[in-house]
Design a protein around this ligand. Structure first.
Ligand SMILES: *Cc1c(COP(=O)(O)O)cnc(C)c1O
Length: 503
C-alpha cells in the first residue's frame, strides 16, 4: 500500500499555486505580523479605546477590485495603517459598551492554528470534529445536562436562539412541519419571554415563520425579572382563546441590566404546562463558572435548551456562539436532512455520523471549537470563573462610586456586571447621550446607552478581563468632566430655544 503513496519526486513546480515561492520571506513577514498582534494586545492601554476613522482614511481605503498581485508586506501595511487603529476597541480595558468580550492572546494563536488546518467542521471523520464534540461534552457537564444532550457552535446567540425556536417548533408540530411548513397549527403557536429579553428572540419568531406577534412580551418586576404569575395568566388566557403555547424563553443576564429570570420557577411552569423551556444565556450563562454567580442560575439545568456566547464572558475571540439541547434526538429531528452527496459510511472519511451539519443550518463550518478548547484548557474553568466574578466586583465598585457622588444617579439595580446610571441634569436624556458620545470620542472609555423607563442611561457593561479599578475611575472622571461641560451648554441651548427668544 505504501507504494501507492505519492513519491516526493512526482511533485511539480506549479506556478499557479497560491503558495509562496519564498517560504523564508513569508516566514519572516508572518513572524512580524504575529509580533505586532502581541504588541497590539500588550500595549492596548497606550492607545485610545476607540477613535473614529477619519474621512481621509476611509477614502484612501476604497480601491477598485485588485486584478494584479500586491506584495504581502504592503497589503499588511495598509491593514496596520487603515484598519487596526480604528477597530471597535473591545480589546481595551476601557471598553464597556454593549456586551463585548475582550479576547485573549491564546485565542489568537488557536485561531491561527485553526486557519492552518483549514478544517471544515460540517462533517466527515476527522479529529477537529472530536474537538468540537469534546467541548460539547464539557458544556453539557457545566450545565448538568444528561448524557445524550447535543450541542453545536454557531456564530452567536442570535443564531442559537433562532435554532432553539426551530427545534421547539419541530418538537411540538412534528417533523412533518419541515415538509409542509408551519400551516394552520403553526399560526396558533405562541411563545413567551419578558419585555427585557433580547430583540433577537422576536426576530427568531419572525424568521422561523411563526411571526413576531406570536411572541408575548411579559412584564417584569423591579429587578427586571419576568413576572411568572403574569406569564401563567397569559398562557391560560391564550389557551382559552384557542392558541397553542409552545415555548418559554427565560433570560440569564438581560442585555440592558443583567437580570436573571427565576429559572427554577420557569422550569417548573414549563414542566406543568408542557412547554419547551429555552434559556437565552448569551452572556450570563457562563456565570455558571463563578461560584458567586452560579446560585442565581439555579434551574438552568432543567432547561430544554440553552444559548450562550463564548465570545462574551468566555473571552474567546469572535465568533463563538453555542446551542446546547437536552435531548439530542430533538435537535437532530429539527435539522438533519439526507442528501446523496452527504452519504454516511461506517469507515473511511464519510464515517463518524452524527455530523454537525445534522444539527444546524450550516454545512460548511469553521473550527470555532479550537479557540474555545484552547481557552478552556489553557486557563481552566476556575480561572475563567474568577474573571467573571471579578467583572461583577468591578461593577459593584462602580456602583459604590456612583452612590457616593451626588452628581450621579444609579438607574437600575446592579445584579451582575452591568451598571446603568446618569449624570443629573436638566434635559438629562440629551445631556447623557452627549456625555456618552463625548467619552467615546475622547478615547478614554467606551460606555454605551440604554433607555430605562424613558430615562436615557449611561450603560457600562464590565466584560473584559483586562478591566481594572483604574478604568472605572477614568470612566467616572470622564462622566463628571463632560457632564459639567454638557450641563452648562444644555442650559445655554435651552435659553436659545425658548419660545420667547425664537421669534
Ligand atoms: C449578545 C446577546 C444576544 C445576541 O447574541 P449575539 O452573539 O450577538 O448574536 C442575545 N441575547 C442576549 C441576552 C445577549 O446579551
Amino acid at each position: 500500500m505504501t507504494k501507492l503513496l505519492r513519491e516526493p519526486s512526482l511533485r511539480s513546480e506549479a506556478s499557479e499555486t497560491l503558495d509562496p515561492n519564498d517560504w523564508e520571506a513569508l516566514r519572516a513577514q508572518g513572524h512580524r505580523m504575529l509580533d505586532d498582534v502581541f504588541d497590539f494586545i500588550a500595549g492596548v492601554r497606550d492607545r485610545p479605546v476607540w477613535q473614529p476613522a477619519p474621512d481621509a482614511v476611509r477614502a484612501r481605503f476604497r480601491t477598485a477590485l485588485p486584478h494584479k498581485p500586491s506584495e504581502l508586506g504592503s497589503v499588511y501595511r495598509e491593514f496596520a495603517d487603515s484598519v487596526a487603529p480604528y477597530a471597535t476597541g473591545n480589546v481595551h480595558p476601557g471598553f464597556m459598551g454593549w456586551v463585548h468580550g475582550g479576547g485573549t492572546a491564546v485565542g489568537v494563536l488557536a485561531d491561527m492554528l485553526a486557519a492552518g488546518l483549514n478544517a471544515n467542521l460540517g462533517g466527515r471523520d476527522h479529529m477537529p470534529i472530536e474537538v468540537e464534540r469534546q467541548v460539547v461534552e464539557w458544556v453539557r457537564e457545566m450545565f448538568g445536562f444528561p448524557a445524550g444532550a447535543s450541542g453545536l457552535f454557531v456564530t452567536g446567540t442570535s443564531m442559537a436562539n433562532l435554532m432553539a425556536v426551530l427545534v421547539a417548533r419541530t418538537a411540538v408540530l412534528g417533523s412533518s412541519a419541515r415538509r409542509h411548513g408551519n400551516g394552520h397549527q403553526g399560526a396558533l403557536l405562541t411563545a413567551y419571554t419578558s419585555r427585557a429579553a433580547h430583540g433577537c428572540i422576536s426576530k427568531a419568531m419572525d424568521i422561523a415563520g411563526l411571526g413576531s406577534d406570536g411572541l408575548r412580551m411579559i412584564g417584569v418586576d423591579d429587578a427586571h425579572r419576568i413576572d411568572v404569575a403574569a406569564l401563567r395568566r397569559q398562557i391560560a388566557c391564550d389557551r382559552e382563546a384557542g392558541l397553542q403555547p409552545f415555548l418559554v424563553v427565560g433570560s440569564a443576564g438581560t442585555v440592558d441590566i443583567g437580570a436573571i429570570d427565576d429559572l427554577m420557577a420557569l422550569s417548573t411552569l414549563c414542566r406543568e404546562e408542557g412547554l419547551w423551556f429555552h434559556v437565552d444565556g448569551a452572556y450570563g450563562a457562563l456565570g455558571i463558572l463563578s461560584p458567586v454567580i452560579a446560585p442565581q442560575l439555579a434551574g438552568i439545568e432543567n432547561a430544554d435548551s440553552v444559548a450562550l456566547d463564548f465570545h462574551k464572558w468566555g473571552q474567546v475571540p469572535y465568533d463563538a456562539g453555542f446551542l446546547l439541547v437536552r435531548e439530542g434526538e430533538r435537535h437532530r429531528e429539527a435539522f438533519a436532512a439526507p442528501a446523496a452527496y452527504l452519504r454516511r459510511e461506517t469507515r473511511g472519511l464519510a464515517a463518524g455520523s452524527v455530523w454537525p451539519c445534522d444539527l444546524g443550518p450550516d454545512l460548511s463550518r469553521g473550527f470555532r471549537a479550537l479557540k474555545t478548547w484552547f481557552t478552556l484548557k489553557t486557563f481552566g474553568t476556575e480561572k475563567l470563573g474568577a474573571v467573571i466574578t471579578r467583572t461583577c466586583a468591578l461593577a459593584g465598585y462602580l456602583e459604590a462610586r456612583i452612590l457616593a457622588e451626588p452628581r450621579l444617579e444609579l438607574l437600575a439595580p446592579v445584579n451582575l456586571n452591568i451598571v446603568c446610571f446618569r449624570y443629573r441634569a436638566d434635559d438629562a436624556n440629551r445631556v447623557n447621550r452627549d456625555i456618552v458620545i463625548d467619552i467615546q470620542e475622547s478615547g478614554i472609555a467606551a460606555p454605551s446607552t440604554t433607555v430605562l423607563d424613558g430615562a436615557l442611561a449611561i450603560r457600562a457593561a464590565i466584560v473584559n478581563h483586562r478591566t481594572d479599578t483604574c478604568d472605572i475611575d477614568a470612566l467616572i472622571a470622564a462622566v463628571l468632566e463632560f457632564g459639567g461641560q454638557r450641563a452648562s451648554s444644555a442650559a445655554v441651548v435651552d435659553i436659545a430655544a425658548s419660545p420667547s427668544l425664537a421669534v
